[in-house]
Design a protein. Structure first.
Lengths: 117, 113
């Protein structure tokens, strides 16, 4: 099956620092990547939709200047949490859709757990 | 307001029985609905997609129904096994041609040997 990887799998950082999370599709071309955030015992909340070569589309309430998304190639998207604060601590998950399966199928990465101290 | 709801209480069943999970939605008109499995600390794994013009879809021990009149999808696991223990998420497309999914909060299934 399709493989989507995320790096790092977990990160601990100090408040005020920036953290970059990478999302890669390993065996298919991801024309669209999605970034989600999941708090404990809650559902996945879509943060933004990223299409290769164009600006990301952010969901209502998500600060685009705080969560910088870059989708520079068909296999890589990055999410940078700028000036992270403790309330940004969460489980960040990316997904990708593209040349594999149906256009509606999203393949998820394993997630990145962020803890901001 | 728009809502997608799954039973937030955990479902506990005995091995070998059929597990049935429910997903209800309001004020959406999805073209399709998907079911995912999520294990603790991991990303969701795609299981099944059912379109609005399909009543039922099967994959091995899994069966999904989609009733657009009741605005409900049922997810069944037959001959359940302890390895089926996980959280199951339903998701529907929020608007046409964007690929954006709206997820329910998930139902945790525990299959006891």
């Amino acid at each position: 099956g399709a493989v989507v990887s995320q790096h790092p799998s977990w990160v601990i950082c100090k408040s005020g620092t920036s953290v970059k999370i990478e999302c890669r599709s390993l065996d298919f071309q991801a024309t669209t990547m999605f970034w989600y955030r999941q708090f404990p015992k809650q559902s996945l909340m879509l943060m933004a939709t990223s299409n290769e070569g164009s600006k990301a589309t952010y969901e209502q309430g998500v600060e685009k200047d705080k969560f910088l998304i870059n989708h520079a190639s068909l296999t890589l998207s990055t999410l940078t949490v700028t000036s992270a604060h403790p309330e940004d601590s969460s489980f960040y998950i990316c997904s990708a859709s593209g040349t594999l399966g149906t256009e509606e199928t999203q393949y998820f990465g394993p997630g990145t757990r962020l803890l901001v101290l | 307001s728009q809502k997608i709801e799954q039973n937030s209480e955990a479902l506990n069943i005995q091995e070998g029985k059929t597990a049935t999970l429910t997903c209800n939605y309001t004020n959406y008109s999805p073209a399709y609905l998907q079911w995912y499995r999520q294990d603790p600390g991991r990303g969701p794994v795609f299981l099944l997609l059912i379109r609005e013009n399909e009543k039922e879809k099967r994959k091995e021990r899994l069966k999904v129904t989609f009733d657009t009149t009741l605005k409900q999808s049922l997810f069944h696991i037959t001959a359940s096994q302890p390895a089926d223990s996980a959280t199951y998420l339903c998701a529907l497309d929020s608007s046409s041609n964007t690929g954006k999914l709206i997820f329910g909060q998930g139902t945790t299934l525990q299959v006891k040997p």
